[in-house]
Design a protein around this ligand. Structure first.
Ligand code: 73E
Length: 838
């Protein structure tokens, strides 16, 4: 790398932190200036939100040297850059993360804040709005990966959509979920830099026409009927204590005013305004992951919008640097985060052929050497398929190109499997069974140089169940990269108490090298240390208990076992299995059979997709159980149930560190990986879980004796399914289950309304599609084991310590290194800055 001499204002240069604007005086001065000049406020009357904005701007200023130096370094000396395409980036609060990665300690920030009469940084962090630009794990994974890429000094850009409304906010009213629009931009969001001069045009609809070019070649071109403009909004992503500051480039849709207002439609002013309104709704709202068909056309439009802008941006950057377009694969490696950006395959082909006049083979070679695809789910309802007619009307040229990609691919298939029509029908990008549709996973798989799953089991099932024929044709294409989470946010920021302990006993290097945590194993028999370990956990649980009380009015005992299930509500994740177990626990106490049962606090959190009726009923069910149990004097000091509303990144940061038990109870084969499971384990929670997703690998690493395993394996579930599963028969053999179901049917958890949970009961005793009852008995058995283990607190603390010590593998730094080596062939590119601070 080459040193960069930035003779610019350089607040926040690492060579000399004292003089580089990272000390309390400089932070205070920065805040003062922003309060006055940027926000137009006077210090004595500034609100906490004003001070949050002022501190954020002061911190953002200190990112700029590294941000510009990183851009300049790549401009001056090109280096392969990762383009991570994702419809979701669930980045969470930004202030604390940037403080940490810059190296501005809490103490320094508080010294500055005290001069505005603010005692603790937490008071300021509390008012930060988080951008909910994702549904759950997939979007959060993209955010962890952006952070690790920067920390590993790998040049990268995340491309996505700047939704005006992210995931809805959740209220609980009478036990039901109520959705409220998420106006995250309302108070002003200080972390983005709009770049209107780098706007891109995107077309939609219209038709294609053939023509003969100057050389006598037949060509096709697209005449769209509609356009939108994408305006990039860049969010700096600083790595941990390095100069690399990458960016997240989020596109906001705008109308094509200049185009339509001035040139063509001047006579149809109102028509033009209508189109303006139409194109602005493009980036208006994030879609929920409920797989329903509602508003699906707009979703495809969103996908094409951000993908087209992003690819144009990549091509333009080559052009700006005078790099020939054939070099594209050496400069960009394009990762598709699931099929949401899979239209990139057709769009890149279109840009290369129609706009840059490359021939088919050259364009296909560039595309297939650049693009890779990550699959995140095997659930059939989440595999994207677009109705062919609808697809053609929105993207006619892309459909032509897809037909040609498909024709050439199926030709290969025919050569390999002559006369086998079934295999052709299965592998075709066009689904011809029923209404014709475009299968995005097939498109992505055919074009990608690598296809990966997100945990060992999932990648294996991807090959064996979802795509066996593709895997036979291209065995080397298929690979696994087990998910990971960033230890900066999920340990250092979320759990400062634990971090201090780790700093002391492992050394501060754990934060960038999580494998070092194995050093903790030396302490596994050290009684004093184990007590300190337990005391640290207890201190964090006290904080969460306070939050629970403020939010729900329920008083919980911090010394009780905190048993936690937080994640999106979905039948396959089986929150209802957990809820049924809670009822059994309650009945045992009621019936005087609870001897030796330790006090528990069962905590739930998570959003249901607004159109997913059963998931919403499960929320109502949990709240019904909570109400009955928490009001029963017999439960006092023994059992508490809470549903924490509006689970999001900020709340997650409070919950993981305060948990003793992590509920990972999905039906085997259904959860591709899970990433919450990793956050819990790193923070010393023990897992009760099935052999699903990354649970399998977590158990292997922490050791089977430090993990509460239960449930049928994926193979056993498949067998049950094929041999005919009769949930009603299971009820007959399990009196505790029968009694729980009977009480639910009597309205015991719904103020006497026996009908409220009828659909849930019918579902469980009828088809039970996620095998809740099949795993119930074994789950109870594992819960009894948990109870036993908790009773020996020293032993529990030891198991907890071993979970933290042995989960370094689940750092997203390791995942990113995997992607870099096996898929991206991308390398670190350290950025040097020479400071010139007077
Ligand atoms: O198991 C999780 C996985 O940990 C999986 O369900 C989730 O991705 C996580 C990260 O790999 C996921 N989300 C979606 N598909 N898989 C999805 C589907 C449609 C819309 C939004 C998200």
């Amino acid at each position: 790398s080459h040193p960069l001499d930035l003779r610019l204002p350089t607040p926040g240069c690492f060579a000399d932190p004292e003089r580089a604007g990272l000390d309390a005086d400089a932070v205070f001065d920065g805040m003062t200036e922003h309060l006055f000049f940027t926000l137009g406020k006077l210090a004595p009357t500034a609100s906490n939100h004003d001070l949050y904005m002022a501190l954020s701007y002061a911190v953002r200023d200190r990112l700029m040297t590294r941000y510009l130096a990183s851009l300049e370094a790549i401009r001056a000396r090109p280096h392969k850059t990762v383009a991570y395409l994702s419809a979701e980036f669930l980045i969470g609060p930004q202030l604390n993360s940037n403080l940490l990665n810059l190296g501005i300690s809490k103490d320094i920030a508080e010294q500055a804040l005290r001069r505005f009469r603010i005692e603790s940084l937490d008071q300021i962090l509390e008012v930060e709005e988080e951008p909910g630009l994702g549904n759950g794990g997939l979007g959060r994974l993209a955010a962890c990966y952006m952070e690790s890429l920067a920390s590993l000094q790998v040049p990268a850009i995340g491309y996505g959509i700047r939704y005006e409304f992210g995931i809805f906010n959740q209220l609980i009213r009478d036990g039901w979920q109520v959705e409220v629009t998420d106006k995250w931009l309302k108070g002003g969001w200080p972390w983005e830099l709009p770049q209107p001069e780098e706007a891109c045009f995107v077309g939609f609809g219209g038709r294609t026409e053939s023509y003969t070019d100057g050389k006598g070649n037949y060509r096709s071109r697209w005449i769209p009927s509609e356009h939108a403009i994408g305006i990039p909004h860049d969010v700096p992503v600083l790595g941990y204590r390095v100069n690399t500051c990458n960016r997240l480039r989020l596109w906001r849709a705008d109308a094509t005013e200049s185009f339509d207002f001035y040139a063509f439609n001047i006579g149809d002013y109102y028509g033009a305004v209508e189109e303006k309104v139409g194109s602005e709704t493009l980036s208006k709202v994030l879609y929920p992951n409920d797989g329903t068909d509602e508003g699906r056309r707009l979703r495809l439009k969103q996908q094409h919008f951000f993908v087209s802008c992003s690819l144009q941006d990549m091509l333009r950057s080559l052009g700006n640097r005078g790099i020939p377009i054939e070099e594209f694969p050496n400069h960009w490696t394009v990762q598709l985060n699931d099929t949401h950006p899979a239209i990139a395959v057709a769009e890149l082909m279109r840009l290369l052929i129609d706009e840059h006049y490359l021939d088919w083979d050259t364009a296909w070679d560039i595309t297939t050497r650049s693009v890779a695809y990550t699959n995140h789910t095997l659930l059939p309802e989440a595999l994207e398929k677009w109705d062919l007619t609808r697809f053609r009307s929105l993207l006619p040229r892309h459909l032509e190109l897809i037909y040609e990609i498909n024709r050439r691919f199926l030709q290969q298939v025919r050569l390999r499997y002559p006369g086998n029509d079934a295999i052709q029908r299965k592998l075709s990008i066009i689904d011809e069974d029923g209404g014709k549709a475009v299968r995005m996973a097939n498109l992505a798989t055919i074009a990608a140089h690598h296809v990966n799953g997100v945990a060992a089991l999932h990648s294996d099932l991807l090959k064996r169940q979802l795509m066996p024929e593709f895997a036979e044709i291209w065995p080397e294409k298929f690979t696994n990269v087990t998910n990971g989470v960033t230890p900066r946010r999920w340990v250092a920021l979320a759990n400062p108490a634990l971090s201090r302990l780790l700093d002391e006993h492992v050394g501060p290097e754990w934060i960038t090298n999580m494998e070092l945590l194995t050093k903790l194993e030396e302490r596994q028999h050290d009684t004093a240390f184990l007590e300190q370990w337990g005391a640290t956990k207890l201190s964090v649980k006290r904080k969460l208990a306070g939050y629970i009380h403020r939010q729900t009015g329920v008083l919980v005992d911090p010394s009780s076992l905190f048993d936690v299930q937080v994640k999106r509500i979905h039948e396959y994740k089986r929150q209802h299995l957990n809820a049924l177990q809670v009822i059994t626990h309650y009945l045992r106490i009621k019936n005087g059979q609870a001897e030796g049962m330790a006090p528990r606090t069962v905590i739930f959190g998570g959003k249901a997709a607004p159109g997913y009726y059963m998931a919403k009923l499960i929320i109502r069910f949990i709240n019904g159980i909570a109400e009955t149990i928490n009001a029963d004097p017999d439960m006092e000091g023994r059992l508490r149930v809470v549903f924490l509303p509006d689970y999001n990144v900020k709340l997650a940061e409070q919950i993981y560190p305060a948990s003793d038990l992590s509920e990972q109870v999905s039906t085997a084969g259904k959860e591709a990986s899970g990433t919450g499971n990793m956050k819990f384990a790193m923070n010393g929670a023990l897992t009760i879980g099935t052999l699903d997703g990354a649970n399998v690998e977590i158990r292997e690493r922490v050791g089977p004796e430090n993990f509460f395993l239960f449930g049928k394996t994926e193979t056993e579930i498949m067998e049950l399914q094929t041999n005919g599963y009769r949930p009603r028969q299971i009820v007959e053999t399990l009196p505790e289950l029968a009694e729980a179901l009977r009480l639910i049917g009597l309205g015991h958890f719904s103020n006497g309304d026996g009908e409220l949970f009828r659909p849930l009961l019918d579902n469980l005793t009828g088809f039970d599609p996620f095998f809740v009852l099949a795993d119930f008995a074994d789950y109870l058995r594992a819960q009894d084991e948990v109870n036993q283990a908790w009773t020996n607190r020293k032993q529990w603390n030891r198991m907890s310590l071993l979970n933290t010590a042995r989960t370094g593998f689940f750092s997203s730094d390791r995942s990113i290194q995997d992607y870099c080596q096996t898929i991206w062939k991308a390398e670190p590119f350290p950025v040097e800055i020479t400071c010139d601070v007077p």
